[in-house]
Design a protein around this ligand. Structure first.
Ligand SMILES: Cc1cc2nc3c(=O)[nH]c(=O)nc-3n(C[C@H](O)[C@H](O)[C@H](O)COP(=O)(O)OP(=O)(O)OC[C@H]3O[C@@H](n4cnc5c(N)ncnc54)[C@H](O)[C@@H]3O)c2cc1C
Ligand SMILES: NC(=O)c1ccc[n+]([C@@H]2O[C@H](COP(=O)([O-])OP(=O)(O)OC[C@H]3O[C@@H](n4cnc5c(N)ncnc54)[C@H](OP(=O)(O)O)[C@@H]3O)[C@@H](O)[C@H]2O)c1
Length: 247
């Protein structure tokens, strides 16, 4: 049986009309970067809860989630309306396998995110571990518009700190902007452009790829990687691809 921690909203940041991040105060919660919790609200005397990845690191004192306001959704419009001091519930256990302890030691870690799928990768990248383990980390992040590319300052800070070890490759699909690639991640992967941008080849020997966000991006990119000989990673059968589908 899931039990719940009482949470209190400390901040609700609105990035643009339908994109938010909530900072939440709870009793301490143990988790590994990349995992998700369930977040819930009492609505009409019933607890309505959904899974959300944690953006913060395990060392941070506040929990953070990054989410879309899905207009027709049951829970997310209520989350979007929360203000400082409001109550919400957080599952007392985190779950999920999109974590570094599932990743074998390889030189190159590739992270593919669409939309709010960036959350678990922020938690992972804001720890020392990946920078000690991987020669190169390439973060590939796609959103429809430039304003939906959230947490840009965090990536600038990581770039300043890790320089050549870190490549940040932003994609914006519904707008032309000067400093982003105007295409889908999958199109760029298929054409070879993505590897040209990273100045690095993806291969089964040297790369591990973690993918998170839109389910069709995750499936389509996985299929392209499988055509090139990479395989889904399992405990029993090590591979190079780890995924988390949100919707
Ligand atoms: C393991 C896991 C982790 C997740 N982590 C996050 C996260 O960190 N941030 C986040 O925004 N969502 C995340 N989700 C999705 C989230 O749990 C909810 O489904 C989402 O917030 C919609 O909930 P809702 O009750 O408002 O809508 P629902 O009534 O549950 O669904 C309405 C519609 O919204 C679509 N939908 C679901 N999620 C999204 C989304 N993120 N963007 C656009 N459309 C969506 C569904 O396909 C569905 O058709 C995660 C899902 C899973 C399975
Ligand atoms: N009302 C509508 O018609 C409608 C439609 C979509 C979303 N929404 C709403 O918008 C919000 C979600 O939008 P979002 O921008 O966060 O998420 P998203 O639709 O998942 O898009 C995020 C990024 O992923 C890309 N992408 C999507 N499918 C892909 C695939 N198969 N392969 C490669 N890349 C892919 C998108 O490119 P593209 O721009 O090329 O798709 C975009 O750059 C939700 O609130 C949702 O309800 C509404």
């Amino acid at each position: 049986m899931a039990t719940w921690l009482q949470g209190e909203v400390v901040e609700n940041k609105r990035w643009c009309s339908d994109l938010y991040s909530l900072k939440i105060k709870t009793d301490p919660l143990e988790f590994t970067s990349g995992q998700f919790v369930r977040v819930g609200l009492e609505i009409d005397d019933k607890l309505l809860a959904r899974p959300y990845s944690l953006v913060n690191t395990p060392q941070d004192s506040l929990l953070e989630i990054h989410f879309n306001h899905v207009v027709e959704g049951e829970l997310s419009p209520h989350l979007a309306g929360l203000v400082k001091g409001d109550a919400l519930q957080v599952s007392d256990r985190a779950s999920g396998m999109l974590t570094l302890n599932e990743v074998p030691d390889v030189p190159h870690l590739w992270l593919f995110a669409t939309g709010t799928g960036i959350g678990p990768f922020l938690s992972i990248l804001n720890n020392p571990e990946p920078w000690q383990r991987f020669k190169k980390i390439i973060l590939v992040y796609s959103a429809k518009t430039r304003e939906k590319l959230a947490y840009r300052n965090d990536f600038d800070t990581l770039k300043a700190r890790y320089d050549e070890q870190f490549s940040f490759i932003p994609f914006v699909t519904q707008q032309q902007t000067p400093d982003t690639i105007h295409s889908r991640i999958t199109t760029s992967l298929q054409s070879g452009e993505l590897e040209k941008h990273a100045n690095l080849a993806i291969s089964a020997d040297s790369s591990h790829i973690m993918l998170c966000g839109n389910a069709t991006m995750v499936s389509d990119a996985t299929a392209l990687l499988e055509e090139r000989g990479l395989r889904r990673h399992k405990h029993s059968e090590p591979g190079q691809i780890a995924i988390e589908k949100y919707y």
